[in-house]
Design a protein around this ligand. Structure first.
Ligand code: CO
Length: 298
């Protein structure tokens, strides 16, 4: 990897990790989810990076893709298991990382299962290895601790301005096999659950992504499409971020609806364990070097 590209990945990784750690430090019973997400995002921006996607703050059976709404009043409960997942980018080079905290202290085994799986995966990854082999290592670590891996969530390769650039790393020992190559960058994110072992899409949607320009009827929709293309490119964004661009919530909602229906925007609904079992997650972004993985988000 070119020296200047590596430096950008390292900078993004460091910023993402420290922002997530600061957010995790604010996760206490009674604290607002919105305050955590906003703090994480402002730390990333203040440090001179861009937001690779909205800060995810997902509770209990929700594995991912929950980010607070603009006027979200939700607070953490005494026994919540909280995943904070955030991404920073420098010139499009992304660091994506997540930490899980168990507020009751009754589910430390569940939290440790995804952490141990992440550690084992990072230790085993090398050029010439493959995604299914690493999926098997993740699955074994999670099962050893008495939990199920979430079989339909995966880690993923990242490339410049591309958060999910193929090369999926499963949480189980099956699926499409991608061989690891030197210089490739991956986000590895094992998910462990007390529930059914797969996730389904819920009805809450706050995160969207730009898919491509299409003709739309409303002037507000055209304006929003241009704004998103110019500001976020292909990276996911939150409805919350757009509120200040619109006179009213209703105008924004109708523009978003038209853009989703026309295929210009994609939705990222909250992903919830199929049996509503509690889910844990741990994540780092790594660079594959000649002898193994280098953690970029530390
Ligand atoms: Co992530």
């Amino acid at each position: 990897m070119e020296e200047d590209v590596l430096k950008k990945y390292e900078k993004a990784g460091k910023i993402a990790r420290s922002a997530v750690m600061e957010g995790i430090g604010m996760v206490k019973p009674g604290a607002k989810l919105l305050d955590v997400a906003r703090r994480v995002e402002s730390r990333i921006l203040e440090a001179g990076a861009g937001l690779a996607f909205p800060a995810n703050v997902s509770l209990n059976a929700d594995a991912a893709h929950d980010t607070p709404a603009y006027d979200d009043e939700r607070v953490f409960g005494e026994k919540d298991v909280v995943k904070v997942d955030a991404g920073a980018h420098v010139d499009g080079y992304i660091g994506d990382t997540a930490v899980c905290v168990d507020l009751s202290g009754e589910r430390s085994g569940l939290v440790e299962a995804s952490e141990a799986a992440l550690e084992a995966a990072i230790a085993a990854i090398r050029p010439g290895g493959n995604t299914v082999e690493i999926g098997g290592i993740i699955e074994a670590e999670i099962r050893k601790k008495g939990f199920k891996p979430v079989e339909n969530l995966t880690g993923h390769r990242v490339e410049q301005y591309s958060l999910h650039a193929g090369g999926e790393i499963p949480n189980v020992k099956r699926g499409a096999k991608t061989v690891f190559e030197e210089d490739h960058v991956y986000a590895i994110e094992p998910f462990a659950t007390e529930g059914g072992g797969s996730v389904v899409e819920g009805s809450y949607v706050e995160i969207f992504g730009f898919e491509g320009k299409v003709p739309v009827r409303m002037r507000e929709s055209r304006r929003l499409m241009t704004f998103v293309e110019n500001n976020y490119k292909t990276l996911p964004f939150a409805e919350r971020w757009l509120r200040k661009e619109f006179k009213s919530k209703l105008l924004l909602e109708s523009a978003l609806r038209e853009l989703v229906l026309s295929g210009a925007f994609k939705q990222y609904p909250v992903l919830t364990d199929i049996e509503k079992g509690v889910v844990s997650q741990a994540e780092h972004t790594i660079l594959i070097e000649k002898d193994g993985a280098k953690v970029l988000t530390k």
